[in-house]
Write a protein that binds this ligand. Sequence first.
Ligand code: URA
Length: 246
Amino acid sequence: MSLPREERLKVLGLWPGWRPRSTRSLARGVEPEPREAETIIGCAEGATPAGDIANLDWPALEQAIRACTRCELHRGRTQGVVGVGDIHADWLIIGEAPGADEDRMGEPFVGQAGKLLDAMLAAIGLKRGENVYIANVLKSRPPRNRDPKPEEVAACLPYLERQIDLIRPRLIVAMGRFAAQSLLLTDTAIGRLRGQVHEYRGVPLLITYHPAYLLRNPADKAKAWEDLLLARATMGRLQSAAPAAP
Ligand code: URA
């Protein structure tokens, strides 16, 4: 079970202004004042606050992501990359962050890793754009494809959370260590996270290897295939438990 967002950010030490209630404030009966999320490092003045993101409709959310200035990554990217596909999809695929190709094209997974992702989807009868939505944890490209920083994840997660709340997918598949660990707030190795059904924002969540990792480590494709079979079986169960309205 994943923790609520506020709790996860507190664990990460990123909930703005949060600290354990001190004995002094307890004695005065005063709660520490939560500061606004805009205190995140690199957040530009006027950036959309997390509380506002949680209320955006889809067109406004897309616009906010494209123009986002909530962390320092906005300075080096070409555009915020929203995601691609069916916004009423049963399947939500979540990757790490846009790379150079995605930054240029404005669409997730369009490079070599994207080709492999499309092949993985095809292997279980899925096609980009048809009952599948593809998004990333980070909407802006980290420079030189470096690992995302915790404050960048904290700044960006409200967008993904809103996407999930609006799409209401039946199943989420997180691709790779970074997406899995960011959603589950854990440093457990991906090898131990895959093979079981987790949950994120009330939606069943499965973990598999990132296509870019599989391109470098083709021997693990067999394990990714097992994960895809588990995903297909899990979706079958979810669909039979609650068939779509006619
Ligand atoms: N890797 C990702 O995780 N996401 C992309 O969009 C592209 C490559």
